[in-house]
Design a protein around this ligand. Structure first.
Ligand SMILES: [Zn+2]
Ligand SMILES: [Zn+2]
Length: 396
């Protein structure tokens, strides 16, 4: 079968083109295979699937262990909250997402030659900058405005919404924070060895989660030092802990990931400060502003904390879908462009190996599995190594 899109010759049994990922069983040559996400071919592109979006280098098997790790630690944080051990819950929660992400980066061993130090530095630098910005906003410069939220916080009877507090903490702070979250990842993404779009996304997510952790610690520091052990107000604390410990870092991370991914751009090298980057930076900052406007305003109504949690999940869903469409389009379009220019793609297989997802043999020079359509580019380094050296002694 000749591919209608890139005209590569594929074997008769191929479901997907090995070069450009085109769905060969579909008549429409312009179809974007929306039912099969290039990073995780069993899922559709617009599915609210967290793991395959923020941990794109996992396959279905390793994704499961992360899913369980996430659920188990979230459960632990909830148990701590129910026991009234709020400080422990806050600390455990603040580090839940960033540590999971660090383990993931270590696990997939993405960049053999520049491994942990670069990523650790990214976490530390972004965390320190975040602590600085958070101290500046919450303690030093605008503490009176912040206190205005607190004063009428959980009452639900407030009629006057403090407009200047809202402007500072739901508009100005998210914009400043987005700039800070971008600094480290942009620097890394402009290095030639981290020029892949998935690298950019990964760095952005890492920085976003680090920022969220440091911010949570600064904001909740008063709670931590009081050594509160109380069961009063658990119904208020549970949604707060879930929202700020799990949903917030994921929102920060995905939003920044989207912006940095556009900075990386498709193909070799980084695209830099293009209008596309400006648009996606604005989108990232905008989603953060929407998130915080919702959280602050909803805290004035009945069940505001629970509604705030739902609001956060809705914002996260939009970000996840956006990130997936971005990656999916990039993986397919780059492959088509490479094929059209007769270029050999960087991540393509050299001679065969097996698909890490469905374990069927891969063709030489393949960018996609012809059976399940998985992108070879989105597999982990360990899996990629066994693709390049088809007979490993111990398969990962
Ligand atoms: Zn093709
Ligand atoms: Zn496959």
């Amino acid at each position: 079968v000749d591919c209608p899109r890139c005209s590569a010759h594929n074997p008769e049994m191929a479901h997907y083109c090995y070069r450009c990922g085109q769905d060969l069983r579909r008549a429409d040559a312009r179809s974007r295979r929306a039912d099969s996400f290039a990073v995780q071919s069993a899922e559709s592109v617009t599915q609210f699937a967290l793991i395959s979006t923020i941990l794109p280098h996992t396959n279905r098997r390793t994704a499961d262990s992360y899913r369980w790790a996430f659920l188990a630690t979230s459960f632990l944080v909830l148990v701590l909250t129910f026991l009234g051990l709020i400080p422990a819950a806050v600390v455990a929660g603040a580090f839940l997402v960033p540590i999971t992400y660090l383990v993931y980066l270590y696990d997939v061993n993405l960049w053999e030659d520049a491994p942990l130090p670069a990523v650790l530095a990214l976490f530390v630098v972004t965390g320190l900058l975040s602590a600085l910005v958070s101290l500046l906003f919450f303690r030093w410069a605008f503490h009176t405005q912040f206190a205005q939220f607190r004063a009428i916080g959980f009452r639900g009877t407030a009629l006057a919404i403090p407009l200047d507090s809202l402007l500072v903490f739901a508009v100005l702070l998210p914009i400043v924070a987005e700039v800070v979250k971008n600094i480290g990842p942009l620097w890394l993404a402009s290095r030639p060895k981290f020029d892949d779009m998935i690298d950019g996304l990964t760095f952005g997510i890492a920085a976003g989660t680090a920022y969220a952790a440091a911010e949570s610690l600064v904001v909740f520091a008063p709670v931590l030092s009081q050594d509160v052990r109380t069961t009063a107000g658990i119904s208020v604390w549970v949604p707060i802990v879930l929202n700020l410990m799990i949903v917030k870092p994921l929102i920060y991370g995905t939003a920044t990931g989207i912006a940095v991914a556009t900075f990386s751009g498709r193909g070799e090298g980084h695209d830099g400060f293009t209008s596309k980057y400006a648009a996606n930076f604005a989108f990232a900052a905008g989603m953060n502003i929407l998130y915080w406007l919702g959280i602050r305003l909803l805290s004035y109504v009945a069940f505001g904390q629970a509604l705030g949690l739902l609001w956060g999940v809705a914002i996260l869903a939009v970000l996840i879908i956006r990130a997936r469409v971005l990656m999916h389009t990039a993986l397919l379009e780059t492959a088509v462009e490479d094929a059209a220019n007769g270029r050999r793609s960087k991540a393509a297989t050299t001679d065969g190996g097996f698909c890490p997802e469905c374990e069927m043999p891969l063709l030489p020079d393949a960018l996609f599995c012809i059976v399940c359509g998985e992108s070879v580019r989105a597999t982990s380094n360990a899996a990629r190594r066994s693709i390049r050296e088809p007979s490993p002694e111990g398969s990962a």
